[in-house]
Design a protein around this ligand. Structure first.
Ligand code: GUN
Length: 291
């Protein structure tokens, strides 16, 4: 069997097309969705990421504000700037690009963002809301993975989903979203014995390990849906995922490529969260959970 590839670029494009009309409808009602992106310092990878986020906003007609702040910025100044953005009615989403310079406490900074503007879904209030099934922002990468499953008609209900990785940004929220969709969920990590055996039981396998080609063909159940969240740079400069794509595609039913799989969906779901935030602020919808 050769797996069908899930084209993240095509799905992202389709979803972004659908957002344009919603953005214009909100703009006509006086509420153009707006995203503020704060970049502290000059990390080269972060510069590329934030530029792509701002470009994506523009591509669907959203307002964006990119603030480049010096690496020497004090914590009090950064917190004060977040306070201003929290109070700015033209800003519906605030994203502080990570990693932050070492002298800044990322938890403190992220938790200063008003939960109703936490479009990354990283705030503890967003994580708590997801945990208990209350309205809140879902972290963009797992949210994108759920959209990919929906796009191929894969309903997780009653399926065994195995997530490899337990990060706060991908593994844990991914497991919660799959659980919310009534899958039976197993989370595996670096201390899991019999990892291959557990993975082989998965109808849905999500790899978020950060190790190139970690998932081999013998770890995959024939016909399984394999979502590859990894983006690893090889010595030759090429990108590859956490899944051995060429080998696993001969076993799986569906597989996401790298690049062009989950990656483009992450930014798309950031736009979706910003749109949802603007919609909430323009209507009488209650804000997400606060702590
Ligand atoms: N750094 C790498 N990915 C991300 C992301 O999705 N959000 C933020 N804020 N920082 C990141």
């Amino acid at each position: 069997m050769t797996a069908q590839s899930i084209d993240g670029n095509a799905l992202a494009q389709q979803l972004r097309e659908g957002m344009k009309a919603q953005v214009e409808r909100l703009a006509a009602a006086g509420c153009r969705p707006g995203l503020a992106v704060l970049l502290v310092g000059e990390d080269p990878a972060s510069q590329v990421y934030v530029r792509n986020k701002v470009k994506a906003c523009e591509s669907v007609g959203m307002h964006s504000l990119l603030e480049r702040l010096p690496a020497t910025l004090g914590e009090a100044e950064l917190l004060a700037r977040i306070d201003q953005l929290n109070a700015d009615p033209a800003v519906h989403g605030i994203l502080v690009q990570l990693p932050l310079p070492r002298h800044l406490d990322a938890d403190l900074v992220i938790e200063r963002i008003a939960p109703e503007k936490d479009v990354d879904g990283f705030h503890v209030a967003s994580a708590g809301a997801l945990m208990v099934g209350r309205p809140g922002f879902k972290p963009c990468t797992p949210y994108g993975c759920m959209k990919m499953l929906e796009s191929i008609g894969c309903n997780p209900r009653g399926k065994h989903a195995v997530v490899i990785g337990r990060s706060n940004i991908v593994g844990k929220p991914m497991a919660l979203l799959l659980l919310q969709a009534s899958a039976t969920v197993t989370i595996c990590h670096s201390a899991t014995p019999n990892l291959a055996e557990i993975c082989r039981q998965a109808d849905i396998l999500v790899a978020a390990v950060g190790r190139p080609r970690f998932v081999s063909a013998d770890m995959v159940k024939p016909g399984a849906v394999v979502l590859d969240v990894g983006i690893n740079r090889l010595a030759d400069g090429k990108l590859c995922g956490d899944v051995d794509f060429d080998a696993v595609r001969e076993v799986a039913g569906w597989i996401t490529p790298v690049p062009g799989g989950v990656g483009p969906m992450t930014i798309t779901m950031l736009l979706q969260n910003t749109l949802e935030s603007a919609e909430r602020s323009a209507s009488a919808l209650p804000p997400p959970a606060r702590i």
